[in-house]
Design a protein around this ligand. Structure first.
Ligand SMILES: [Zn+2]
Length: 397
């Protein structure tokens, strides 16, 4: 149990930094104003301090990929329906979401509030843009984002879940979504779903260029069909000078090809500044360590959290790091530290977050974790003791 805490503390006392130092962290105007060696608890009283007792402090966790509009959280449990194909799954999902009777905003809020309680300070959510829902999901999530802006920062990706070229009117809807407040343009298997790599990427990169938006493309296509599209995305990213603003989510192909094809593709991604997002699926997970060695930025997200795609998911990013570590064979402390970066610094960079981290002057978006070090936090995803957003306590154990 944690004792009563101030809403806006001016100091975290005896917090353990990732490098092991025990410090007092002075907070002012929602930022980190000083980091001093911890000397004694004797003068750390009053109702404006949080006593961490040597617990680990991390910068806010970053959810790099979720679907707030899809979750069934906030609604009664929904038994999972099996599907024989991607198109059948998408069709099932549309029926289920019609039947569920709980509005998008209510379900998305339930999930976002759970994320806050687990120490997530920033989330990138894709939102379906298709001929049926049009912009309704986006508009619901724009309202959720505004309502929760003091607790969590939310980026929205206009996501063509039903394709672009094969779904009439979607290209125009994506254009409208970016005009209405979506931050990024999404994509979906240019070859495997839309059967026209150049046509699909023409729309995605054209809209990104026109709106000054980032890009985040779902790519499930496997083997060399997938890696050839990764290199096509890297080529276009370089040509348009979009390095650092482009992500490919999943990229299963990277976990399925031989060494030469992996090296060639990883080099193209690193040179272009294309990041890879993984949720850590067994068997098809991109190989984190070789990609890191090539200089490719790899970060993590939950993807689906209790929705029509699968019944699993908690929204806990430390648990996600555990899953990635297990499925990726990450064992040493260095490996576990890399897994932690995938839900903190690397994800923050991929999301373009500024003022992020534990540095002087950074925003005080922090989570105090019941662990004595980063590897332990990844291995055991322990309790979140306090969560701060902009210097304000937004959750406590
Ligand atoms: Zn997804």
């Amino acid at each position: 149990m944690v004792s009563a805490h101030p809403t806006t503390p001016d100091r975290l006392v005896d917090a353990r930094l990732p490098d092991g130092r025990r410090v007092d962290m002075v907070l002012r105007d929602g930022r980190i104003a000083a980091v001093e060696p911890h000397r004694s608890d004797a003068d750390a009283h009053g109702d404006t301090v949080i006593r961490c007792g040597g617990a680990l402090v991390l910068p806010a966790l970053v959810e790099g990929h979720c679907h707030l509009d899809k979750t069934f959280l906030g609604a009664p449990w929904q038994p999972h329906l099996s599907a024989g194909s991607l198109r059948e799954r998408i069709a099932h999902e549309k029926v289920l979401r019609e039947q569920i009777g709980v509005p998008v905003a209510e379900r998305a809020t339930a999930l976002a509030e759970r994320m806050v309680s687990l120490g997530t300070g920033y989330a990138r959510s894709h939102v379906d843009i298709d001929p049926e829902t049009k912009l309704s999901g986006l508009h619901a999530l724009l309202e959720v984002r505004a309502a929760l802006r003091d607790r969590i920062g939310i980026q929205l990706v206009a996501f063509p879940q039903s394709g672009i070229l094969t779904a009439p009117g979607v290209a125009d809807l994506l254009d409208a979504a970016l005009a209405d407040g979506a931050d990024l343009i999404g994509g979906l298997d240019p070859a495997g779903f839309d059967a026209d790599v150049d046509g699909h990427l023409d729309v995605v990169f054209g809209l990104a260029d026109r709106h000054g938006a980032g890009i985040d493309i779902h790519l499930h296509d496997g083997g060399t069909l997938g890696t050839s599209q990764l290199r096509a995305i890297a080529d276009r990213t370089r040509a348009l000078g979009l390095g650092g603003k482009v992500t490919v989510s999943h990229a299963y192909a990277l976990g399925q090809v031989d060494g030469g094809e992996l090296d060639r593709t990883a080099a193209a991604l690193a040179t272009a500044g294309v990041a890879i997002m993984t949720n850590g699926p067994a068997g098809t997970m991109p190989p984190v360590l070789p990609l890191r060695d090539h200089g490719v930025s790899v970060f993590a997200g939950s993807d689906n959290i209790r929705d029509a795609w699968w019944p699993y998911g908690t929204g806990d990013m430390l648990e996600r790091a555990t899953i990635i570590g297990l499925n990726g064979g990450l064992m040493s402390d260095d490996d576990l530290t890399l897994a932690a970066a995938m839900i903190t610094d690397s994800a923050a960079t991929a999301l373009g977050l500024t003022d992020y981290g534990l540095h002087l002057g950074s925003r005080a978006d922090l989570v105090v974790v019941a662990a004595t070090g980063v590897p332990e936090a990844v291995a055991s995803h322990p309790e979140r003791l306090w969560v701060l957003h902009g210097g304000r306590v937004v959750a406590a154990a």
